[in-house]
Design a protein around this ligand. Sequence first.
Ligand SMILES: Nc1ncnc2c1ncn2[C@@H]1O[C@H](COP(=O)(O)OP(=O)(O)OP(=O)(O)O)[C@@H](O)[C@H]1O
Length: 671
Amino acid sequence: MLWFSGKISGPKPAALLRVGFQIQTDGDCGSKEHSAKRRTYFTLNMSRLPVMSTKRVLTSSSSENSQDMAPVQKKMRKDQDPQRPQTATTIIGDKRPPAAARASLYRPVRGVGAATVAVAPSRGVPKQVKASSAPKAASVKQQAATKPAGTGPTRRQPWDLKGKVSDMESKIRTYQTKIKSLSEENEVLKGSLAQSKTKAAELEREVERQRRKISEFEQEQQRLSGVQSELEKVSSEKNVLQKELSNLEQKYKVIETLRESQEMELQTLKMKQSVQETTMARLRATLKETEELVTSLKETVAHQKDELHAGEMERRQLHNTIQELKGNIRVFCRVRPLEDGGLTKHIQLAPSDNKSIILAKTEESHTGKTADTQKNYHFSFDRVFGPQASQQEIFDEISLLVQSALDGYNVCCFAYGQTGSGKTYTMEGEEVDDTRGVIPRAVQQIFRAGAKLQSQGWEFSFTASFVEIYNETLRDLLYSGKTSKRPEHEIRKAANNEVTVTNLTYEKVYSEDQVLGLIALAKQNRSTAQTALNDRSSRSHSVFQLQIEGVNSGRDVKCKSILCLVDLAGSERMVKSQSQGERFKEMTSINSSLSNLGIVITSLANKESHVPYRNTKLTYLLQNCLGGNSKTLMFVNISPEPDSFGETLNSLRFASKVNDCIIGTASSNKK
Ligand SMILES: Nc1ncnc2c1ncn2[C@@H]1O[C@H](COP(=O)(O)OP(=O)(O)OP(=O)(O)O)[C@@H](O)[C@H]1O
C-alpha cells in the first residue's frame, strides 16, 4: 500500500508541514516499530522506473529504501489484475472538500487508477493542525484532479502496459513536481520554523526576563508593602508627634507667657533689690554704729554685772546680818482656829503686839467664899500668829530664811506642838493654792529665785530627800520599790561633816512640780504605814531636806546649803494620854527625841563643847541644820481648845526655852 501523509501545522509561521510517502506491507500495519522503520519521507526510488531512472526526486537514496521498493513493484504488478482496474482516490481529512472539489477528486486522474493517495495526519501531529491542513490537501488533490481534466479519462487496455507506464510516469512527474513545490514550501517553512524557533527562544528569553522582572516586581512589591506598612506606621507616629507638637506648642505658649510675666517680675525684683541694696548700705552703716554701741553697752553691762554681783554679795551679807539680828533661832507661835471659828477665852493675843501671847487660867475658889482667881502665863516669841493668820502671812516671814538657804546658809524649820495643833497644816498645808504650806511655797521660791540668779551667772542644782523617824527608826518616804524589799537606813557622818543616810533616796530635782510630786509620794507612803487604830503620822517625825548647790563659774564662787523642813510628832505628855504598850513606846521615843532637841538647842545656845546630837535619830539627822552654821525657825503650834490648856502651856514653855537660846553667828558655806 502506498501512503501519502502530510502535515500542515497551524496558522503560526513556525508551523511545520510534513509531506511524505509511507510504504507499508499489510502484515506490518499494526506494528509501530516496524512502521517507523518502514516509513520514508520522499523516498520513492525512481531508478527502477524506466522513465524516472535518471531523475533524482529527493535526497533519500539509501539502499534500504531501494530494497523496500521491491515489494511495491511486486504489488503494482499484482494490481494489474484485469479484474480490478479501478482507480481509487481516498482523501483523509478532518473535513470533506467542497462539492466541486469532491467532484474533481472523483474524477479519474488521466484515467489511470490503482493508486491510493491518502492525505492523513501524521502521527504525533497536534489535532488543531488538521483543520488547517485540510484546505492544503484539498488543493493538492484538486491539482491532481484538475490536471487530467483537460485530457479526460482514458481507460487503458489491459494489455497497454506502456500506456499505463506512461500514465504512471506522468503521474509520478506530477507528484515530483508537487513534491518539489512541497519541498520548497517545506524549506520555506523550515526557515520560517527556524525563525519561529529563534523567535520562540527570544520570546522564551523574553518570558524568562519578564518572569525575572515579575519576580523582581514581586520582591519590589513585597518590599514596597513593607515600606507601605512602615509608611503607615511612620504616618501614625507622625500624627502622634504632630499632636505632641501641638501640645508642646501650647505649652510653649503658656511658658512663654509665664516667662514674660516672670521677666516683668524679675524687673520689679531688680528694682526692689536696688532699693534694698541702698537700704542695706544704710543699714550696714547703722549696724556698724549699733555694733559700736553694743560693744560699749557690753562693757557697761559687764561693769554693771560686776556691780550687781558686788551688790548681790552685799545684799547677802546685809540679809544675813538682818537674820542674825533677828536671831539665828527664831520661834513663831501659831494658834489654830477653833473648828466652829469662835474665840477661846484662855488664849489672849494683844491686838497691838504680834509677838506675845497670854495663856490665862481661871482657878475656882475651893471655899466658894472668895472670887475665882485667874493665873496668866505670858510668853513672847519672834512672831505670834492668831487663828486668822493665812498661810501666805506665815510664809512671808519664812521666805527671808528660804532666801538665806539660796545664799548658802543651812536653814532648818520645824513645827512643834501637840497632836492636832496644826503642824502638818503649817508645813505642808493643803493642795489648794491659798492653803499650801511652808514646804511647797519654799520650794517654789527656791526654784524661782535660782532661775533669776542664772542671769548673774549662777547655776543651781537641787537634791531632795524625805525621811520619817518612827520609834527611832528611819524610813525612806520616797521609796517606790516593793515593801518586802524596803531597806534599812543608818545615819552616817562623812569626814567633811556632811550627814547622810544610807540607802535613802536622794532625788535630783529640776522643777517645782517634780518636788511636789515627791511630796505627794511621801504623803502616800506615810498614809499606807498607818492604820485605823494607829495614826502613825502623828507619832513620827517627817524630815524633808533639799540640798542646794550653786556655782557661779564666771566668778569662781560656789555655795552649798540644806533647807530642812520638819514636821515633828505630837508632843503630848505620856500621863495624859495614858498610853500603854506600843503607844507607850511611841510616846517615850517622841518625848525623848523632842526633849533631846531642846537639850541640843540649849547646848548650842550655851556654846557647850559637847552637843549631844547623837542622842536621838532626829537630832543626829538635823545636826548640820542646827549647828552654828545654820538658821533655825521653830513653829510652836497650839490648839485653842480649853482642854488642851496643859499641853499648850507645855508647848509654849518649850518654845520659850528655845527662843531664849542664841545660837552662834551663822557663816555661809561659801568657798
Ligand atoms: N491654821 C489653821 N487654819 C485652819 N485649819 C487648821 C489650821 N491648823 C490646823 N488646822 C486643821 O486642824 C486639823 C489638825 O491639824 P494638823 O493635822 O495639821 O495637826 P497636827 O499637829 O499636824 O496633828 P498630828 O500631830 O496628828 O499630825 C486639820 O484638819 C487641819 O486642817
